[in-house]
Ligand binder design. Structure first.
Ligand code: M6R
Length: 607
Protein backbone atom coordinates (compact mmCIF):
# COMPACT_ATOMS: atom_id res chain seq x y z
CA UNK A 1 0.00 0.00 0.00
CA UNK A 2 2.16 2.92 1.17
CA UNK A 3 5.58 3.32 -0.43
CA UNK A 4 8.57 3.55 1.87
CA UNK A 5 12.25 4.20 1.30
CA UNK A 6 15.38 4.70 3.38
CA UNK A 7 18.74 5.90 2.09
CA UNK A 8 22.14 6.40 3.71
CA UNK A 9 25.22 7.01 1.61
CA UNK A 10 27.41 9.46 -0.22
CA UNK A 11 24.66 11.19 -2.23
CA UNK A 12 22.21 13.95 -1.26
CA UNK A 13 19.72 11.95 0.81
CA UNK A 14 16.85 14.40 0.18
CA UNK A 15 17.14 13.91 -3.57
CA UNK A 16 17.60 10.16 -3.26
CA UNK A 17 14.48 9.94 -1.10
CA UNK A 18 12.25 12.16 -3.25
CA UNK A 19 13.40 10.41 -6.44
CA UNK A 20 12.75 7.04 -4.79
CA UNK A 21 9.29 8.14 -3.66
CA UNK A 22 8.48 9.19 -7.20
CA UNK A 23 8.99 5.59 -8.33
CA UNK A 24 6.91 4.31 -5.41
CA UNK A 25 4.07 6.80 -5.76
CA UNK A 26 1.77 4.20 -7.32
CA UNK A 27 1.60 2.56 -3.88
CA UNK A 28 -0.25 5.58 -2.44
CA UNK A 29 -0.55 9.23 -3.28
CA UNK A 30 -2.55 10.92 -0.52
CA UNK A 31 0.54 12.62 0.89
CA UNK A 32 4.32 12.30 0.95
CA UNK A 33 7.08 13.15 3.38
CA UNK A 34 10.73 12.74 4.26
CA UNK A 35 12.87 12.97 7.41
CA UNK A 36 16.62 13.37 7.19
CA UNK A 37 19.61 13.95 9.38
CA UNK A 38 21.10 17.40 8.93
CA UNK A 39 23.60 18.86 11.37
CA UNK A 40 23.02 15.82 13.58
CA UNK A 41 19.35 16.68 13.96
CA UNK A 42 16.31 15.16 12.25
CA UNK A 43 14.37 17.49 9.97
CA UNK A 44 10.93 16.46 8.63
CA UNK A 45 9.04 17.84 5.63
CA UNK A 46 5.64 16.28 4.88
CA UNK A 47 2.76 17.48 2.74
CA UNK A 48 -0.62 16.43 1.46
CA UNK A 49 -0.58 15.73 -2.29
CA UNK A 50 1.72 14.17 -4.78
CA UNK A 51 5.47 13.62 -4.54
CA UNK A 52 5.92 16.55 -6.96
CA UNK A 53 4.43 18.79 -4.29
CA UNK A 54 6.85 17.42 -1.71
CA UNK A 55 9.72 17.97 -4.14
CA UNK A 56 8.79 21.68 -4.42
CA UNK A 57 8.60 22.00 -0.66
CA UNK A 58 11.96 20.32 -0.12
CA UNK A 59 13.49 22.61 -2.74
CA UNK A 60 12.01 25.70 -1.15
CA UNK A 61 12.79 24.95 2.47
CA UNK A 62 15.78 22.60 2.57
CA UNK A 63 17.92 22.99 -0.53
CA UNK A 64 20.84 24.35 1.52
CA UNK A 65 20.67 21.56 4.14
CA UNK A 66 23.27 18.84 3.75
CA UNK A 67 22.11 15.32 4.41
CA UNK A 68 23.27 11.80 3.69
CA UNK A 69 20.69 9.77 5.61
CA UNK A 70 16.92 9.78 5.68
CA UNK A 71 13.58 8.03 5.27
CA UNK A 72 10.63 8.81 2.99
CA UNK A 73 7.00 7.78 2.66
CA UNK A 74 4.14 8.10 0.20
CA UNK A 75 0.82 7.47 1.91
CA UNK A 76 -2.39 5.64 1.16
CA UNK A 77 -4.50 6.75 4.11
CA UNK A 78 -5.99 4.09 6.37
CA UNK A 79 -6.23 5.46 9.92
CA UNK A 80 -6.69 9.22 10.02
CA UNK A 81 -7.74 11.49 7.17
CA UNK A 82 -5.56 12.99 4.51
CA UNK A 83 -3.68 15.85 6.22
CA UNK A 84 -0.13 17.12 6.71
CA UNK A 85 -0.22 16.00 10.35
CA UNK A 86 -1.29 12.46 9.49
CA UNK A 87 1.39 12.20 6.82
CA UNK A 88 4.54 10.22 7.51
CA UNK A 89 7.24 10.30 8.90
CA UNK A 90 5.96 10.43 12.49
CA UNK A 91 8.10 11.52 15.38
CA UNK A 92 7.72 10.61 19.06
CA UNK A 93 10.53 11.79 21.33
CA UNK A 94 13.79 10.50 19.88
CA UNK A 95 12.09 8.17 17.39
CA UNK A 96 11.12 9.08 13.81
CA UNK A 97 9.54 6.37 11.65
CA UNK A 98 7.67 5.52 8.49
CA UNK A 99 5.19 2.68 8.34
CA UNK A 100 3.48 0.54 5.73
CA UNK A 101 0.66 -1.61 7.14
CA UNK A 102 -1.95 -1.36 9.88
CA UNK A 103 -1.48 -1.60 13.64
CA UNK A 104 -4.73 -3.22 14.75
CA UNK A 105 -4.32 -2.74 18.51
CA UNK A 106 -3.29 0.92 18.28
CA UNK A 107 -6.25 2.12 20.35
CA UNK A 108 -5.39 -0.09 23.30
CA UNK A 109 -1.71 0.97 23.09
CA UNK A 110 -2.78 4.60 22.84
CA UNK A 111 -4.82 4.20 26.06
CA UNK A 112 -1.81 2.67 27.83
CA UNK A 113 0.35 5.59 26.76
CA UNK A 114 -2.34 8.08 27.81
CA UNK A 115 -2.11 6.71 31.35
CA UNK A 116 1.54 7.75 31.27
CA UNK A 117 0.53 11.20 30.07
CA UNK A 118 1.75 10.72 26.49
CA UNK A 119 -0.61 11.74 23.69
CA UNK A 120 -0.36 11.62 19.88
CA UNK A 121 -0.68 14.65 17.64
CA UNK A 122 -2.09 12.74 14.66
CA UNK A 123 -4.97 10.28 14.26
CA UNK A 124 -2.73 7.54 12.86
CA UNK A 125 -1.92 4.08 14.12
CA UNK A 126 1.65 4.66 12.89
CA UNK A 127 2.36 7.48 15.34
CA UNK A 128 1.30 5.17 18.17
CA UNK A 129 3.94 2.67 17.01
CA UNK A 130 6.55 5.46 17.14
CA UNK A 131 5.37 6.36 20.66
CA UNK A 132 5.55 2.75 21.84
CA UNK A 133 9.13 2.35 20.60
CA UNK A 134 10.15 5.71 22.04
CA UNK A 135 8.63 4.77 25.38
CA UNK A 136 10.89 1.71 25.51
CA UNK A 137 14.03 3.46 24.25
CA UNK A 138 16.82 4.05 26.72
CA UNK A 139 19.80 4.14 24.37
CA UNK A 140 19.52 0.61 22.96
CA UNK A 141 17.67 0.94 19.62
CA UNK A 142 17.49 -2.75 18.77
CA UNK A 143 16.04 -3.62 22.16
CA UNK A 144 13.45 -0.82 21.92
CA UNK A 145 12.42 -2.00 18.43
CA UNK A 146 12.22 -5.64 19.51
CA UNK A 147 10.22 -4.90 22.66
CA UNK A 148 8.07 -2.33 20.88
CA UNK A 149 7.16 -4.46 17.88
CA UNK A 150 6.37 -7.37 20.22
CA UNK A 151 3.52 -5.25 21.54
CA UNK A 152 2.07 -4.55 18.09
CA UNK A 153 -0.68 -6.56 16.42
CA UNK A 154 -1.18 -6.18 12.69
CA UNK A 155 1.08 -5.65 9.71
CA UNK A 156 4.09 -3.42 9.44
CA UNK A 157 7.17 -2.53 7.48
CA UNK A 158 9.04 0.14 9.47
CA UNK A 159 12.10 2.28 8.77
CA UNK A 160 13.16 3.95 11.99
CA UNK A 161 15.70 6.63 12.90
CA UNK A 162 16.80 7.62 16.40
CA UNK A 163 17.70 11.26 17.00
CA UNK A 164 20.85 10.35 18.94
CA UNK A 165 22.14 7.77 16.41
CA UNK A 166 22.95 9.84 13.30
CA UNK A 167 23.17 8.43 9.82
CA UNK A 168 21.66 5.07 10.76
CA UNK A 169 18.32 3.54 9.81
CA UNK A 170 16.75 0.48 11.41
CA UNK A 171 14.17 -1.59 9.58
CA UNK A 172 11.86 -4.43 10.57
CA UNK A 173 8.79 -6.00 9.02
CA UNK A 174 5.86 -8.26 9.68
CA UNK A 175 3.46 -8.86 6.81
CA UNK A 176 4.49 -5.81 4.75
CA UNK A 177 7.34 -6.18 2.25
CA UNK A 178 10.82 -4.63 2.53
CA UNK A 179 13.73 -5.11 0.15
CA UNK A 180 17.26 -3.77 0.64
CA UNK A 181 20.54 -3.31 -1.18
CA UNK A 182 24.06 -2.14 -0.41
CA UNK A 183 25.76 -0.28 -3.27
CA UNK A 184 28.84 1.87 -3.88
CA UNK A 185 26.68 4.95 -3.46
CA UNK A 186 25.26 3.78 -0.17
CA UNK A 187 22.60 1.54 1.33
CA UNK A 188 18.91 1.49 0.50
CA UNK A 189 15.76 -0.09 1.84
CA UNK A 190 12.33 0.16 0.23
CA UNK A 191 8.93 -1.41 -0.06
CA UNK A 192 9.57 -2.30 -3.70
CA UNK A 193 12.50 -3.06 -6.00
CA UNK A 194 11.50 -0.24 -8.38
CA UNK A 195 13.05 2.19 -5.90
CA UNK A 196 16.39 0.34 -5.95
CA UNK A 197 16.85 -0.41 -9.62
CA UNK A 198 18.51 2.88 -10.57
CA UNK A 199 21.27 2.00 -8.04
CA UNK A 200 21.66 -1.74 -8.44
CA UNK A 201 20.14 -4.98 -9.69
CA UNK A 202 21.23 -6.97 -6.63
CA UNK A 203 18.88 -6.91 -3.66
CA UNK A 204 17.67 -8.99 -0.76
CA UNK A 205 14.32 -9.45 0.89
CA UNK A 206 14.21 -8.63 4.59
CA UNK A 207 12.61 -11.65 6.21
CA UNK A 208 9.72 -11.53 8.65
CA UNK A 209 10.96 -10.60 12.11
CA UNK A 210 14.52 -9.85 10.99
CA UNK A 211 16.00 -6.52 12.07
CA UNK A 212 18.29 -4.56 9.74
CA UNK A 213 20.76 -1.88 10.81
CA UNK A 214 21.52 0.23 7.74
CA UNK A 215 24.55 2.50 7.47
CA UNK A 216 26.55 3.91 4.55
CA UNK A 217 29.09 1.10 4.71
CA UNK A 218 26.93 -1.95 5.37
CA UNK A 219 23.61 -3.50 6.19
CA UNK A 220 23.67 -5.82 9.19
CA UNK A 221 20.69 -8.17 9.48
CA UNK A 222 19.88 -10.04 12.68
CA UNK A 223 17.33 -12.81 12.99
CA UNK A 224 14.71 -13.03 15.73
CA UNK A 225 17.28 -14.56 18.11
CA UNK A 226 19.70 -11.66 17.59
CA UNK A 227 22.14 -13.72 15.50
CA UNK A 228 23.68 -12.14 12.43
CA UNK A 229 22.04 -13.46 9.28
CA UNK A 230 23.47 -13.46 5.75
CA UNK A 231 20.55 -12.75 3.41
CA UNK A 232 20.27 -14.38 -0.01
CA UNK A 233 20.99 -11.93 -2.82
CA UNK A 234 18.54 -11.88 -5.74
CA UNK A 235 18.90 -10.35 -9.17
CA UNK A 236 16.38 -7.98 -10.79
CA UNK A 237 15.87 -9.31 -14.30
CA UNK A 238 14.35 -6.19 -15.87
CA UNK A 239 15.96 -2.93 -16.80
CA UNK A 240 15.58 0.49 -15.18
CA UNK A 241 13.73 1.67 -18.34
CA UNK A 242 10.97 -0.84 -17.58
CA UNK A 243 9.88 1.31 -14.64
CA UNK A 244 9.81 4.55 -16.71
CA UNK A 245 7.13 5.89 -19.05
CA UNK A 246 9.34 5.69 -22.12
CA UNK A 247 7.62 8.42 -24.14
CA UNK A 248 4.02 7.42 -23.33
CA UNK A 249 1.72 9.88 -21.55
CA UNK A 250 0.80 7.28 -18.97
CA UNK A 251 2.23 4.02 -17.69
CA UNK A 252 -1.10 2.35 -18.45
CA UNK A 253 -0.73 2.96 -22.19
CA UNK A 254 2.89 1.82 -22.11
CA UNK A 255 1.87 -1.34 -20.28
CA UNK A 256 -0.98 -2.04 -22.73
CA UNK A 257 1.64 -1.92 -25.47
CA UNK A 258 3.99 -4.20 -23.54
CA UNK A 259 1.48 -7.05 -23.63
CA UNK A 260 2.88 -8.86 -26.68
CA UNK A 261 6.38 -8.94 -25.19
CA UNK A 262 5.13 -9.94 -21.74
CA UNK A 263 3.15 -12.77 -23.32
CA UNK A 264 6.14 -13.99 -25.31
CA UNK A 265 8.33 -13.95 -22.21
CA UNK A 266 5.74 -15.84 -20.20
CA UNK A 267 4.64 -18.42 -22.75
CA UNK A 268 7.68 -19.26 -24.87
CA UNK A 269 10.00 -20.76 -22.24
CA UNK A 270 7.17 -23.07 -21.13
CA UNK A 271 6.76 -24.97 -24.38
CA UNK A 272 8.93 -28.01 -25.03
CA UNK A 273 8.23 -29.87 -28.25
CA UNK A 274 4.90 -28.13 -28.55
CA UNK A 275 3.68 -29.18 -25.11
CA UNK A 276 3.41 -27.18 -21.86
CA UNK A 277 6.29 -27.84 -19.50
CA UNK A 278 6.91 -26.43 -16.03
CA UNK A 279 10.16 -28.26 -15.29
CA UNK A 280 12.22 -25.06 -15.28
CA UNK A 281 9.75 -23.59 -12.80
CA UNK A 282 10.31 -26.54 -10.48
CA UNK A 283 6.63 -27.49 -10.73
CA UNK A 284 6.38 -31.26 -11.15
CA UNK A 285 3.47 -32.99 -12.90
CA UNK A 286 2.97 -34.95 -9.67
CA UNK A 287 1.57 -31.75 -8.13
CA UNK A 288 -1.50 -32.18 -10.32
CA UNK A 289 -1.96 -35.89 -9.75
CA UNK A 290 -4.54 -37.05 -7.22
CA UNK A 291 -6.26 -33.67 -6.88
CA UNK A 292 -10.04 -33.79 -6.95
CA UNK A 293 -10.74 -30.10 -7.15
CA UNK A 294 -9.07 -26.76 -7.68
CA UNK A 295 -9.83 -23.52 -5.87
CA UNK A 296 -8.54 -20.35 -7.50
CA UNK A 297 -8.39 -17.43 -5.12
CA UNK A 298 -7.32 -13.85 -5.81
CA UNK A 299 -8.56 -10.26 -5.78
CA UNK A 300 -9.75 -7.79 -8.41
CA UNK A 301 -8.26 -8.19 -11.85
CA UNK A 302 -6.28 -11.26 -10.77
CA UNK A 303 -9.55 -12.87 -9.67
CA UNK A 304 -11.00 -12.11 -13.12
CA UNK A 305 -8.06 -13.95 -14.69
CA UNK A 306 -9.03 -16.82 -12.38
CA UNK A 307 -12.59 -16.82 -13.78
CA UNK A 308 -11.27 -17.46 -17.26
CA UNK A 309 -8.83 -20.01 -15.83
CA UNK A 310 -11.79 -21.88 -14.34
CA UNK A 311 -13.56 -21.93 -17.68
CA UNK A 312 -10.49 -23.27 -19.50
CA UNK A 313 -9.54 -25.89 -16.88
CA UNK A 314 -13.08 -27.23 -16.57
CA UNK A 315 -13.56 -27.19 -20.33
CA UNK A 316 -10.30 -28.96 -21.18
CA UNK A 317 -9.39 -31.01 -18.13
CA UNK A 318 -12.84 -31.60 -16.60
CA UNK A 319 -11.56 -30.95 -13.08
CA UNK A 320 -14.04 -28.99 -10.92
CA UNK A 321 -12.80 -25.47 -10.20
CA UNK A 322 -14.24 -22.76 -8.00
CA UNK A 323 -13.07 -19.15 -8.01
CA UNK A 324 -13.15 -17.37 -4.68
CA UNK A 325 -12.56 -13.73 -3.84
CA UNK A 326 -9.65 -14.05 -1.40
CA UNK A 327 -11.15 -11.72 1.22
CA UNK A 328 -14.32 -13.87 1.28
CA UNK A 329 -12.65 -17.27 1.01
CA UNK A 330 -10.90 -16.79 4.33
CA UNK A 331 -14.11 -16.39 6.27
CA UNK A 332 -16.24 -19.02 4.53
CA UNK A 333 -14.96 -22.09 6.32
CA UNK A 334 -14.20 -23.57 2.87
CA UNK A 335 -14.46 -27.29 2.18
CA UNK A 336 -10.85 -28.00 1.21
CA UNK A 337 -8.38 -30.72 2.04
CA UNK A 338 -5.12 -32.38 0.94
CA UNK A 339 -6.72 -33.30 -2.39
CA UNK A 340 -7.48 -29.65 -3.17
CA UNK A 341 -5.05 -27.62 -5.24
CA UNK A 342 -5.21 -23.95 -4.27
CA UNK A 343 -4.09 -21.62 -7.04
CA UNK A 344 -3.51 -18.01 -6.03
CA UNK A 345 -2.99 -15.29 -8.63
CA UNK A 346 -1.33 -11.96 -7.88
CA UNK A 347 0.63 -9.33 -9.75
CA UNK A 348 2.27 -7.78 -6.69
CA UNK A 349 2.58 -10.99 -4.70
CA UNK A 350 1.82 -8.89 -1.61
CA UNK A 351 -1.99 -8.70 -1.52
CA UNK A 352 -2.86 -9.26 2.13
CA UNK A 353 -6.10 -11.18 1.55
CA UNK A 354 -4.52 -13.51 -1.00
CA UNK A 355 -1.62 -14.13 1.34
CA UNK A 356 -4.04 -14.98 4.14
CA UNK A 357 -5.88 -17.40 1.82
CA UNK A 358 -2.62 -19.31 1.33
CA UNK A 359 -2.12 -19.55 5.08
CA UNK A 360 -5.65 -20.94 5.45
CA UNK A 361 -5.10 -23.42 2.61
CA UNK A 362 -1.95 -24.67 4.29
CA UNK A 363 -3.77 -25.15 7.59
CA UNK A 364 -6.10 -27.51 5.70
CA UNK A 365 -3.19 -29.44 4.18
CA UNK A 366 -3.88 -28.22 0.61
CA UNK A 367 -1.20 -28.01 -2.04
CA UNK A 368 -0.55 -24.39 -3.01
CA UNK A 369 0.55 -23.01 -6.36
CA UNK A 370 0.83 -19.30 -7.06
CA UNK A 371 0.88 -17.34 -10.29
CA UNK A 372 2.85 -14.21 -9.41
CA UNK A 373 4.59 -11.37 -11.24
CA UNK A 374 6.93 -9.97 -8.58
CA UNK A 375 9.85 -12.29 -7.86
CA UNK A 376 10.48 -13.27 -4.27
CA UNK A 377 7.30 -11.52 -3.13
CA UNK A 378 5.50 -12.78 -0.05
CA UNK A 379 2.90 -14.84 -1.97
CA UNK A 380 5.66 -16.46 -4.04
CA UNK A 381 7.62 -17.30 -0.92
CA UNK A 382 4.65 -18.66 1.01
CA UNK A 383 3.39 -20.94 -1.79
CA UNK A 384 4.61 -24.52 -2.27
CA UNK A 385 5.13 -23.83 -5.98
CA UNK A 386 5.27 -20.70 -8.15
CA UNK A 387 4.70 -20.03 -11.83
CA UNK A 388 6.05 -16.55 -12.43
CA UNK A 389 4.48 -14.31 -15.03
CA UNK A 390 7.09 -12.26 -16.86
CA UNK A 391 5.42 -8.90 -17.34
CA UNK A 392 8.19 -6.82 -15.75
CA UNK A 393 7.16 -4.04 -13.38
CA UNK A 394 3.54 -2.91 -13.71
CA UNK A 395 3.27 0.66 -12.42
CA UNK A 396 -0.20 1.90 -13.44
CA UNK A 397 -2.74 1.10 -10.76
CA UNK A 398 -5.05 -0.33 -13.41
CA UNK A 399 -3.69 -3.75 -14.23
CA UNK A 400 -3.31 -4.54 -17.95
CA UNK A 401 -0.28 -6.57 -18.96
CA UNK A 402 -0.32 -8.46 -15.66
CA UNK A 403 -3.87 -9.65 -16.47
CA UNK A 404 -2.88 -10.91 -19.93
CA UNK A 405 0.05 -12.90 -18.64
CA UNK A 406 -2.02 -14.29 -15.77
CA UNK A 407 -4.50 -15.49 -18.40
CA UNK A 408 -1.68 -17.05 -20.40
CA UNK A 409 -0.48 -19.06 -17.41
CA UNK A 410 -4.04 -20.23 -16.73
CA UNK A 411 -4.22 -21.47 -20.33
CA UNK A 412 -0.89 -23.27 -19.97
CA UNK A 413 -2.19 -24.89 -16.80
CA UNK A 414 -5.40 -25.93 -18.54
CA UNK A 415 -3.40 -27.55 -21.36
CA UNK A 416 -1.15 -29.33 -18.87
CA UNK A 417 -4.08 -30.58 -16.78
CA UNK A 418 -5.95 -31.75 -19.88
CA UNK A 419 -2.92 -33.87 -20.81
CA UNK A 420 -2.61 -35.25 -17.30
CA UNK A 421 -6.29 -36.18 -17.04
CA UNK A 422 -6.19 -37.47 -20.61
CA UNK A 423 -9.35 -35.60 -21.36
CA UNK A 424 -7.95 -34.06 -24.53
CA UNK A 425 -5.66 -35.91 -26.92
CA UNK A 426 -2.03 -34.87 -27.22
CA UNK A 427 -2.62 -34.02 -30.88
CA UNK A 428 -5.45 -31.66 -30.03
CA UNK A 429 -3.34 -29.99 -27.33
CA UNK A 430 -0.56 -29.55 -29.90
CA UNK A 431 -3.09 -27.84 -32.18
CA UNK A 432 -4.05 -25.46 -29.40
CA UNK A 433 -0.48 -24.74 -28.37
CA UNK A 434 0.60 -24.10 -31.95
CA UNK A 435 -1.99 -21.35 -32.20
CA UNK A 436 -1.36 -20.16 -28.67
CA UNK A 437 2.34 -19.73 -29.41
CA UNK A 438 1.27 -17.03 -31.89
CA UNK A 439 -1.12 -15.19 -29.56
CA UNK A 440 1.38 -12.39 -28.84
CA UNK A 441 1.38 -11.50 -32.55
CA UNK A 442 -2.42 -11.36 -32.58
CA UNK A 443 -2.36 -9.09 -29.55
CA UNK A 444 0.13 -6.90 -31.41
CA UNK A 445 -2.32 -6.70 -34.30
CA UNK A 446 -5.11 -5.70 -31.91
CA UNK A 447 -2.96 -2.82 -30.62
CA UNK A 448 -3.66 -1.09 -33.93
CA UNK A 449 -7.31 -0.66 -32.87
CA UNK A 450 -6.39 2.38 -30.79
CA UNK A 451 -7.90 5.09 -33.04
CA UNK A 452 -11.13 3.18 -33.44
CA UNK A 453 -11.32 2.66 -29.67
CA UNK A 454 -10.49 6.31 -28.96
CA UNK A 455 -13.30 7.53 -31.22
CA UNK A 456 -15.81 5.31 -29.47
CA UNK A 457 -14.46 6.26 -26.04
CA UNK A 458 -14.99 9.96 -26.75
CA UNK A 459 -18.71 9.25 -27.05
CA UNK A 460 -18.77 7.15 -23.90
CA UNK A 461 -17.09 9.76 -21.71
CA UNK A 462 -20.31 11.64 -20.89
CA UNK A 463 -22.25 8.53 -19.84
CA UNK A 464 -23.28 8.10 -16.23
CA UNK A 465 -23.67 4.32 -16.44
CA UNK A 466 -22.12 1.82 -18.81
CA UNK A 467 -23.03 -1.86 -18.95
CA UNK A 468 -20.97 -4.77 -20.22
CA UNK A 469 -22.65 -8.00 -21.31
CA UNK A 470 -21.47 -11.33 -22.62
CA UNK A 471 -21.81 -15.07 -22.11
CA UNK A 472 -19.22 -17.67 -21.08
CA UNK A 473 -15.67 -16.39 -21.62
CA UNK A 474 -17.13 -13.09 -22.81
CA UNK A 475 -19.02 -12.60 -19.55
CA UNK A 476 -15.86 -13.26 -17.57
CA UNK A 477 -14.01 -10.76 -19.69
CA UNK A 478 -16.85 -8.25 -19.26
CA UNK A 479 -16.16 -8.31 -15.52
CA UNK A 480 -12.61 -7.17 -16.21
CA UNK A 481 -13.69 -4.57 -18.79
CA UNK A 482 -16.17 -3.09 -16.36
CA UNK A 483 -13.66 -2.97 -13.48
CA UNK A 484 -11.09 -1.27 -15.70
CA UNK A 485 -13.56 1.35 -16.86
CA UNK A 486 -15.00 2.27 -13.47
CA UNK A 487 -11.60 2.17 -11.77
CA UNK A 488 -10.04 4.89 -13.89
CA UNK A 489 -12.98 6.82 -15.40
CA UNK A 490 -15.21 6.92 -12.28
CA UNK A 491 -18.22 6.09 -14.46
CA UNK A 492 -20.59 3.65 -12.83
CA UNK A 493 -20.43 0.37 -14.66
CA UNK A 494 -21.57 -3.20 -14.23
CA UNK A 495 -20.92 -6.45 -16.01
CA UNK A 496 -23.76 -8.89 -16.56
CA UNK A 497 -24.08 -12.35 -17.91
CA UNK A 498 -26.15 -11.40 -20.96
CA UNK A 499 -28.87 -13.94 -20.18
CA UNK A 500 -29.28 -12.55 -16.68
CA UNK A 501 -30.32 -9.07 -17.84
CA UNK A 502 -33.98 -9.96 -18.00
CA UNK A 503 -33.91 -10.96 -14.36
CA UNK A 504 -33.53 -7.41 -13.09
CA UNK A 505 -30.91 -5.26 -14.72
CA UNK A 506 -32.75 -4.52 -17.93
CA UNK A 507 -34.86 -2.04 -15.99
CA UNK A 508 -31.75 0.17 -15.93
CA UNK A 509 -31.51 0.29 -19.71
CA UNK A 510 -33.02 3.53 -20.99
CA UNK A 511 -32.41 5.82 -23.96
CA UNK A 512 -28.73 6.23 -24.86
CA UNK A 513 -27.31 4.07 -22.05
CA UNK A 514 -24.14 2.53 -23.52
CA UNK A 515 -23.95 -1.26 -23.53
CA UNK A 516 -20.70 -2.92 -24.53
CA UNK A 517 -21.60 -6.38 -25.76
CA UNK A 518 -19.04 -9.11 -26.35
CA UNK A 519 -20.08 -11.77 -28.82
CA UNK A 520 -17.00 -13.77 -29.71
CA UNK A 521 -18.14 -17.27 -28.76
CA UNK A 522 -19.91 -19.15 -31.60
CA UNK A 523 -21.81 -21.52 -29.27
CA UNK A 524 -23.67 -18.63 -27.61
CA UNK A 525 -23.41 -16.03 -30.36
CA UNK A 526 -27.07 -16.14 -31.37
CA UNK A 527 -28.15 -15.87 -27.74
CA UNK A 528 -25.99 -12.79 -27.12
CA UNK A 529 -27.34 -11.19 -30.28
CA UNK A 530 -30.88 -11.71 -28.97
CA UNK A 531 -29.84 -9.99 -25.74
CA UNK A 532 -28.36 -7.14 -27.79
CA UNK A 533 -31.67 -6.76 -29.57
CA UNK A 534 -33.45 -6.62 -26.23
CA UNK A 535 -31.32 -3.69 -25.02
CA UNK A 536 -31.42 -1.93 -28.39
CA UNK A 537 -35.19 -1.97 -28.40
CA UNK A 538 -35.06 -0.21 -25.03
CA UNK A 539 -32.88 2.59 -26.40
CA UNK A 540 -29.36 1.39 -25.52
CA UNK A 541 -26.38 2.48 -27.60
CA UNK A 542 -24.60 -0.77 -28.38
CA UNK A 543 -20.90 -1.26 -28.99
CA UNK A 544 -20.54 -4.79 -30.25
CA UNK A 545 -17.24 -6.68 -30.13
CA UNK A 546 -17.24 -9.78 -32.31
CA UNK A 547 -14.81 -12.30 -33.67
CA UNK A 548 -13.88 -12.18 -37.33
CA UNK A 549 -16.40 -14.87 -38.35
CA UNK A 550 -19.51 -13.14 -37.05
CA UNK A 551 -21.80 -11.63 -39.66
CA UNK A 552 -23.67 -8.76 -38.10
CA UNK A 553 -26.65 -6.85 -39.40
CA UNK A 554 -25.44 -3.22 -39.32
CA UNK A 555 -28.68 -2.02 -37.77
CA UNK A 556 -28.01 -4.17 -34.72
CA UNK A 557 -25.41 -1.93 -33.11
CA UNK A 558 -24.05 1.59 -33.10
CA UNK A 559 -20.43 0.49 -33.47
CA UNK A 560 -18.94 -2.85 -34.25
CA UNK A 561 -15.38 -3.87 -33.48
CA UNK A 562 -14.24 -6.97 -35.32
CA UNK A 563 -11.28 -8.73 -33.70
CA UNK A 564 -8.37 -10.18 -35.66
CA UNK A 565 -8.91 -13.78 -36.64
CA UNK A 566 -8.32 -16.34 -33.93
CA UNK A 567 -9.95 -19.44 -32.44
CA UNK A 568 -12.80 -18.61 -30.07
CA UNK A 569 -10.97 -19.89 -26.99
CA UNK A 570 -8.25 -17.28 -27.51
CA UNK A 571 -10.43 -14.20 -28.09
CA UNK A 572 -10.08 -12.98 -24.45
CA UNK A 573 -6.47 -12.03 -25.18
CA UNK A 574 -7.65 -9.76 -27.99
CA UNK A 575 -10.94 -8.45 -26.57
CA UNK A 576 -9.22 -7.31 -23.40
CA UNK A 577 -7.00 -4.93 -25.37
CA UNK A 578 -10.12 -3.20 -26.72
CA UNK A 579 -11.63 -2.98 -23.24
CA UNK A 580 -8.38 -1.57 -21.84
CA UNK A 581 -8.25 1.01 -24.63
CA UNK A 582 -11.87 2.05 -24.05
CA UNK A 583 -11.26 2.55 -20.33
CA UNK A 584 -8.03 4.43 -20.98
CA UNK A 585 -9.42 6.80 -23.59
CA UNK A 586 -12.58 7.54 -21.57
CA UNK A 587 -10.39 8.52 -18.59
CA UNK A 588 -8.14 10.66 -20.80
CA UNK A 589 -11.19 12.33 -22.37
CA UNK A 590 -12.41 13.17 -18.87
CA UNK A 591 -9.02 14.68 -18.02
CA UNK A 592 -8.33 12.21 -15.23
CA UNK A 593 -5.02 10.91 -13.93
CA UNK A 594 -5.10 7.51 -15.58
CA UNK A 595 -2.22 6.00 -13.63
CA UNK A 596 -3.29 7.14 -10.20
CA UNK A 597 -7.07 6.91 -9.85
CA UNK A 598 -8.52 8.39 -6.69
CA UNK A 599 -8.60 6.37 -3.47
CA UNK A 600 -6.63 3.47 -4.95
CA UNK A 601 -3.13 2.07 -4.61
CA UNK A 602 -1.32 -0.53 -6.61
CA UNK A 603 -0.39 -2.97 -3.94
CA UNK A 604 -3.07 -3.74 -1.35
CA UNK A 605 -1.14 -4.89 1.68
CA UNK A 606 -3.91 -4.26 4.19
CA UNK A 607 -6.97 -6.47 4.66
O1 M6R B 1 -1.29 -7.49 -6.86
P1 M6R B 1 -2.55 -8.29 -7.05
O2 M6R B 1 -2.67 -8.85 -8.42
O3 M6R B 1 -2.75 -9.33 -5.99
O4 M6R B 1 -3.70 -7.23 -6.85
C1 M6R B 1 -5.04 -7.62 -6.83
C2 M6R B 1 -5.94 -6.43 -7.13
O5 M6R B 1 -5.80 -5.45 -6.16
C3 M6R B 1 -5.64 -5.82 -8.50
O6 M6R B 1 -5.74 -6.80 -9.50
C4 M6R B 1 -6.61 -4.67 -8.82
O7 M6R B 1 -7.91 -5.14 -8.91
C5 M6R B 1 -6.17 -4.01 -10.12
N1 M6R B 1 -5.21 -3.00 -9.84
C6 M6R B 1 -7.28 -3.45 -10.90
O8 M6R B 1 -6.85 -2.93 -12.11
Amino acid sequence: MCGIIGYVGTQDAKKALVDGLQTLEYRGYDSAGISFFTDNKIKTIKKVGKVSNLRENVKASASDMESHCGIGHTRWATHGGVSDTNSHPHTAGKVTLIHNGIIENYKELQDELAEKGVFPVSQTDSEIAAMVINDLYDGNPEEAIRLGTAKLKGAYGFCIMFEDIPDTIYAIRSGSPLVAAHTEKGSLIASDMVALVSYTKQYFVLKEGHLAKITKDEIIVKDEFGDIYGPTIHHISWDVGAAKKGGYDYFMMKEIHEQPESLRNTIKPRFINGLPDFTDDGVPDSLFEGIDKIVITACGTAMHAGLIGKNMIERLARIPVTVEIASEFRYQNPIINEKTLIITISQSGETADTLAAIALAKEHGCKTLSVVNVKQSSIARESDYVLYTHAGPEVAVASTKAYSVQLSVMYLLAFKLALITGNVSENKIREYTAEFADIANKVEETLSYDNQSENIAKRLAKAEDIFFIGRGLDYMLSCEGSLKLKEISYIHSEAYAAGELKHGTISLITDNVPVIALATQPDVYAKVISNVQEVRSRGAKVILITDSDASVDASLCDHQIVLPETSPIFTPFLSVVILQYLAYYVAVEKGLNVDQPRNLAKSVTVE
